[in-house]
Design a protein around this ligand. Sequence first.
Ligand code: PBG
Length: 340
Amino acid sequence: MDKPTPSVTERIDTATGGLRMRRLRQADWSRRLVRETKLSTADLIWPIFVREGRGAPQAVASMPGVFRLSIEDCVAAAKRARDLQIPVIALFPYTDPSLRDANGSEALNPDNLVCRATRAIKAAVPEVGIMCDVALDPYTSHGHDGVMAGDTILNDASVEILCRQALVQAEAGCDVIGPSDMMDGRVACIRQALDAAGHRNTLIMAYSAKYASAFYGPFRDAVGSGGMLKGDKRTYQMDYGNTDEALREAAQDLAEGADMIMVKPGLPYLDILSRLAAEFGVPTFAYQTSGEYSMIMAAVQNGWLDGDKAIVETLSAYKRAGADGILSYFAPTVAAMLRG
Ligand code: PBG
């Protein structure tokens, strides 16, 4: 006589040993209880574009919802960051084209836009951390992060200037120096320069694994360096075919004195983030770049994506991959959502 066919339930119980993975997903309370990764407002760094003069925020065409703010409005944004409990804001200047030259000299002016914004914010909202980029691209007439001889971006001559840029920003009150220039040896030289000038407590978040990427396009519009850029940045930013190189870059930056490391861009480079976070166990950050922001916003504006859901999901993905924090133009939106 044929054995009776086991029921689906019997077959599943035999195959799974009775383990039903859906059991924990039944209710919101149980999903929350076992969630491995939690996005928190304390994970956020909010990049802000600052512009000269007074008056209304200027829209950045390729970044819907992002504006270049006057110093006054930057102070208001910093207050908003404080109220939302966003720990750090990152300032990026739109430098008037008339102030840009081949050597990026405006970067060394202690009264340049980013320094004045830093002083104003520190005076009004001392409890919010301020991060400033170290790189010459907002200041150079050729749009590169360093100085050039012919078509070559000079490493050591650039580092000399970048150290002075870091100092000028630290003097203005910047808490976190973010070298985003990708010159060799710059973290060591900046650390020494800061220490020698008594800025031992100024932090360095090194853009360690910064790839030559198409995802910076809208940012370059925002700081006005895009149209000026001669060629590309592939002789100093990393080749996106490489992973091991990112580990070497991060190890090097840490050996040179970086307090924190960063991977950039973010979402297309979660594999890199995951490896760096696992390998070094140091504070590791991801930059959700302008291009990633604009992709989401374009889809949201077309009604193709649910913005709130897509934003929280992508930021949670960075956390899951091992990020301690994320630089994101969505920071205030997310902070408000997490609070609500
Ligand atoms: C400057 C800098 C860039 C970004 C941060 N700092 C652009 C670049 O390297 O060309 C990109 C940020 C973004 O796309 O949101 N070196």
